[in-house]
Design a binder for this molecule. Structure first.
Ligand SMILES: *Cc1c(COP(=O)(O)O)cnc(C)c1O
Length: 311
């Protein structure tokens, strides 16, 4: 049994020293991945105040959206189970709903979500694109009754507030704070909690031209930048160079990175250090936002393509 999640406390996770590079550049990793075995990393931060709000509004059900291997879906399922609130996951890909047992058998993420009691509802890619429209949400309400809605990826104002708690006492000493970016919620919270002497670097895990605009919706500060060269061709796309980096990093530092977000982040930081992005004496804090549940699913795909696996 995992530790119970206490949504009333602000825990801060430890900064682990990783390495000293030439010119006194040092790198630390904030171990948000260790927050909870099932609701790990930034998804814990993003869900926390939303769950409280759902409970305050007396909503018995939380509904959210995601792809078939989504960290957000598994985290929501686990958090809902722990908090005693029903969850519905609206999943992209109607073909996955044709034979649920077969789908669960081939997809560890959905299997886990289902085992937490999440009700899975599969929709077509076309419907999925319409998920933010009122018409579609009305249709969902007709089918499932009233619910508290969490957007895809879990980003909203409450999520951004939760992500402010990623930074804690002592983190002012870092000049650079680096994190992976999906929807932009996590980095927005970190920017809002940062000092103006700090520069926040976001490494998008996808080709996200829209991301700067998203971040500006949630933060008025300007002490941030997006480093756009490390998405590895797009969301959930990987290549052998990235997989080899993740495997070598684990061997050397005994820390598992995930292939969708944190692997690309740390790869990017190492490369940027090599390219002289950081001035001498820089203290860099990278956020390990978790996401390790996704590895099994990615390995299944890699195995089919005869590519090296994450080990
Ligand atoms: C979802 C996720 C992110 C991206 O967070 P956003 O708030 O969507 O930008 C980063 N890292 C991991 C491990 C994630 O699961």
């Amino acid at each position: 049994m995992p530790e119970p999640l206490n949504f009333d406390i602000s825990v801060s996770s430890e900064n682990q020293f990783i390495a000293e590079f030439p010119q006194n550049i040092s790198l630390y990793l904030k171990r948000e991945d260790l927050l909870h075995p099932e609701v790990s990393g930034n998804k814990f931060r993003k869900i926390k105040y939303n769950l409280k709000e759902a409970l305050r509004q007396n909503k018995g059900t939380l509904l959210t959206f995601g792809g078939a291997f989504s960290n957000h879906i598994t985290a929501t399922a686990a958090a809902g189970k722990i908090a005693g609130i029903k969850t519905i996951g609206v999943i992209r890909g109607e073909e996955l709903g044709e034979d649920l047992l077969k789908t669960l058998d081939g997809n560890p993420s959905l299997k886990f979500a289902h085992s937490c009691g999440m009700r899975l509802h599969f929709i077509s890619r076309k419907e999925y694109r319409e998920k933010t429209t009122l018409v579609f949400q009305q249709k969902l309400r007709e089918e499932f009754g009233d619910f508290y809605l969490l957007p895809e990826g879990g980003t909203n104002d409450l999520a951004v507030n939760g992500c402010k708690e990623i930074l804690g006492p002592g983190d002012e000493e870092f000049n650079y704070i680096c994190c992976a970016v999906g929807t932009g919620g996590t980095i927005s919270g970190i920017i809002n909690a940062s000092g103006i002497h700090q520069l926040i670097l976001g490494f998008p895990a996808l080709k996200g031209d829209f991301l700067a605009e998203e971040i500006r919706k949630y933060s008025e500060k300007n002490n941030w930048e997006l480093i756009l060269n490390y998405h590895f061709s797009g969301y959930a796309k990987v290549n052998s160079e990235l997989i080899n980096f993740i495997n070598k990093f684990k061997k050397k530092y005994q820390i598992q990175l995930d292939p969708i977000y944190t692997g690309k982040l740390v790869f990017g930081i190492f490369d940027q250090i090599k390219r002289g992005k950081f001035p001498a004496g820089s203290k860099i804090l990278a956020i390990h936002t978790g996401g390790l549940q996704g590895i099994e699913g990615v390995n299944k795909v890699l195995r089919k393509k005869n590519l090296p696996l994450i080990n």
